[in-house]
Design a protein around this ligand. Sequence first.
Ligand code: FAD
Length: 482
Amino acid sequence: MAEAGLERGEHFDVVIVGAGLSGIDAACRLTMEAPDRSWCVLEARDRIGGTWDLFRYPGVRSDSDMFTLGFPFRPWRGDKAIVGGPDIRAYVEETARAYGVAPRFGHRVLRADWSSAEARWTLEVEAQGAVRRMTASFLYLGSGYYRYESGYRPEWPGEAGFAGRIVHPQHWPDDLDYAGKRVVVIGSGATAMTLVPAMAARAAHVTMLQRSPSYVVSRPARDGLARWIGPRLTRLKNAFLGLVFFNLARRRPEKVRAKLLDLARAALPDGFDVERHFGPRYKVWDQRLCLVPDGDLFAAIGAGRVSVATDEIERFVPAGLRLRSGDLLEADVVVTATGLAMRLFGGIALHVDGVAVEAGERFAYKGMMLDGVPNLVLAFGYTNASWTLKCDLTARWFCRLLNRMRRRGETVAVPRLPEPAPERRPMLDFTSGYVARAAALLPAQGPAAPWRVHQNYAKDLLALRFGRIDDGTLELRRGPVS
Ligand SMILES: Cc1cc2nc3c(=O)[nH]c(=O)nc-3n(C[C@H](O)[C@H](O)[C@H](O)COP(=O)(O)OP(=O)(O)OC[C@H]3O[C@@H](n4cnc5c(N)ncnc54)[C@H](O)[C@@H]3O)c2cc1C
């Protein structure tokens, strides 16, 4: 323990870490489906919302539709499907209030120790400058998947000599005035696609500088059908259409690629080099697809307010960026939309009976527990669909688990690997930079259920809502054990 002699403090049946979409989803589900359990939500920040509170760059928005990113038990009722970060945060806050969920803000969980002898977790929690202990029978991690303190940010030669300003989207400065300025946004992911048209509304000109392109597809910001069929059916429609498209892209990658490039070509000015700037070398859905609502990026290019450079940075120079091709991109402001730094467990040092748990050495059980780690559930969403679709299934499965355990007097649930262990495969089969950089930090998956991490809502819906809890792999015990 980091601080000897701390009081044991309060005990809860469940401690939920994180007050983002997944932590709030889990707390609401507990109030509905396991109402006799005690729980609390610990949140390091001072506000609710997680991702949707942290990111404040111009135009910040989801690129999933809100009908699937929202909570199924409190469906999104706005008329827009793609909305801004502040609206998503407000929705999370209103939902928490409606279900009586009041997170404890300014509480950062530093360490969690599972004791098999006591069948409980002991947590070290930092709040108001002091470290306190509390205990929990279950730990539910809704702590997201990336490092909050700083994003991924490569360094380039000559940065110190650049006369303008360099900013990272994860720490957007309140005082940045880019009106009438020349902006370069480095990156080709969802953040760059959002920032570029948003900044173009005020900047003199915005250049999106990418080393390699992404697939970009336009989608209406409003879902015309939603008004007629209602939010619940819209959610199902969008979840299943997304799956159909994903599977089609995996089965017929060349055909889908040609179609996406044709759509981009039709939305861009004549003569624009679509193959170079929007024709990636990887197959569709080997990385996350970028969505642009109502084709805003293409329209800004058409209006001459935005240009795209597919090139590499050689170095910063006082006036901007010198590229490998020899071109100079003049800039007053450079935005490094270079991505996230992945991190599991929200930086919590996890130990089971004194042995440190390294996520990269474990297997993910149903994509939400870890082999050999008792009474710990992780909310980890989809990469090819809305995060919340999986997190809500996880929370509901967790409530079923708690209820079954209570009925049978069980206190410990731990997934056990078979002998021999399954073949190790990466948990995420994406080739994106942030996934590749973090491969060693993520648990593995196996080739078959329950060690397979399906990126498939339909399969998970069946397995997690209706499948047996007692599946022969999840060991359920009456503890404590010595
Ligand atoms: C810019 C951006 C856009 C995105 N757009 C989409 C999208 O369109 N669709 C989609 O499905 N996904 C999107 N994502 C992924 C997105 O992160 C998820 O949709 C979702 O918001 C994650 O919710 P979460 O609650 O699991 O995690 P987070 O939102 O990351 O929240 C985690 C919370 O846990 C807290 N926490 C972490 N560690 C600790 C600790 N040790 N102690 C206490 N508290 C802790 C954090 O402070 C935070 O509040 C996007 C991500 C980013 C960064």
